[in-house]
Design a protein around this ligand. Sequence first.
Ligand code: PHE
Length: 457
Amino acid sequence: MEKSRSSFTGKIGFVLAAAGSAVGLGNIWRFPYLAAQYGGGIFLLVYLLLAITFGFALMCTEIAIGRKTGQSAINAYGKLNKKFSFIGWFGAVVPAIILPYYSVIGGWVTKYMTVYVKGDVAAAAGDSYFGNFVSNTGPSIGYFLLFLGVTAIIVLLGVEKGIEKVSKFMMPILIALTIFIAIYSMTLPGAMEGVKYYIIPNFDGFTLGKLGKTLLAAMGQLFYSMSLAMGIMITYGSYMKKEVSIEKSVRQIELFDTGIAFLAGLMVIPAVFAFSGGEADVGKGPSLMFVMLPKVFEFMGPVAGRIVGILFFLLVLFAALTSSISLMETVVSIIMDKTGWKRKVTCVVVFLGSVIIGLPSALGFGVLSDIKPLGLDDILTFFDFISNSVIMPIVALLTCIFVGYVLKPKALIEEIEIGGKFKAKTLFTVVIKYIAPVFITLILVSSVLDAFGIMKL
Ligand code: PHE
């Protein structure tokens, strides 16, 4: 079924919409805890290197595929080459896995917003506050359903535009507040150790095994944060006008997305050193932001801490919502296209499916905390690992092989050059044809062997 596609109004419209999907919990919640866990400065360095090579090349690829074909992911690969339409299907699985557990974290953000509205500034800063909350069955399920339900209602009513408008206005405030909190965090007593840990790479005791794990984590984070390797940027590209420069837009989105992630790290990691056991506490995982920021807010005093707390979690909630909406919208529109179901029915089905898939993640810190799939810490981390560290690298690898050797980079370079000269085309070609495929294969194989206990890194 061929639908006429509306276009983004001009260049800034595209960049803002893509940035709205890209900026979310990945930047604010996920990036800081990974950076803390994987050696601080080393992770940051590896991430930046990957962003300007892999991230750049892949985002250009996806947007160019979308604009060239005028189709969303599922149909786009098929239109370029019938035999490769399975890549689109493979990528489509990713948002379906991410949405449920994304909503669990969205629920945590919602919970913390209510905590600050109530004014429990000191209580929230307590060491066991977060642990008590997530291990309590009722509230963990309740907030998860609330966040997922709100996302579903927005997608059902088709009022995303309204949310996007509000969020365009909220995004700059979020950035300003993040800068403020980051500066405050850095000036806390003892925080400088954390700043150093985060910014300066320290290679002492760094082994090949650790490098492999750091690379995989950074690569998964890159895909996740930039909404790559799951077809979303292909869909955005299909709405992009021909005269807009893909190269420039990609640079802007990357700068935006990486800038916010970097600031989020500056907000959280110095606090780990100021308030807790420093390096002993960097491995706190998914809970890190929810444990550390309340301590920073408490230090601001009851009134200021409460105001900053409300504002911060409210803004993060909006950033999370624009991302969860884009995740759910993707799943809903694929199902609608393929089954011909009505939007309402599809939304209800996707909502219920996400409840079922998401419940184990929501309960994985309480009644199900003994379940540690693949030896990972909890069920949420398992889903996170499967999507970001297994399926997304596979989709990226297949995309590179397809573009590099079947379609040929030239086809996409021509598409990109419609909107102006493609300055980094050599980098693009080399990354897509050689560096990315070899690299992703190496990292993927070694990490899967490691996860299944066949080879210890
Ligand atoms: N990029 C989003 C984030 O960083 C997550 C996301 C991925 C959203 C894919 C939509 C699609 O939070």
